[in-house]
Design a protein around this ligand. Sequence first.
Ligand SMILES: [Zn+2]
Ligand SMILES: [Zn+2]
Length: 185
Amino acid sequence: MATTTARPFLVHGAQLRRQVGTRWHEVRHGVIEDLACSGSAVPEDAEVEADVVLESVVGGVAVAGTVRARWVGTCRRCLEPATDTLVVPVREHFTEGGDGEETYPLHDGEVDLEPMVRDAVLLELPQAPLCRPECLGLCPWCGVNRNEEQCTCEPPRRERWAALDALKGLEGSAGTAGPEGTGRR
Ligand SMILES: [Zn+2]
Ligand SMILES: [Zn+2]
């Protein structure tokens, strides 16, 4: 646990708990350490944002809104850097005695949004990111980055269609009941 005195995600909730139905909008920014999965991570100095409405409800505080975080990683297709911003919807409850499973804890009426923000980001960080959805990746034969260069490793399109046609012909002659795929795309 970080022992810094600045806790940007801590909301002093005394005001909130005065009356059921009280609502309060909060936008908080801060650095949260160790936001990473195997494929991507939030940069160490990048702030995460929580933009939420807190509402006093019977037994605790309801929190709903969005969490935003920039991440960086390596594109799974072309191995170049990949980056984007996560926008994660959140809707959680904070209660006295909450343990982070069903509900998050309230301590003396204080709502610490950080565990919720951390969980939301960790769940959404991409395990196998793409630099962009249409990334063409590396050529499996010569290794060039197909986003930047064209190579001649692949057979011309005409021949590929011919091969597909031949396959279809084979399937046709074998009847329509055969469930086994060839794994070709
Ligand atoms: Zn890529
Ligand atoms: Zn190639």
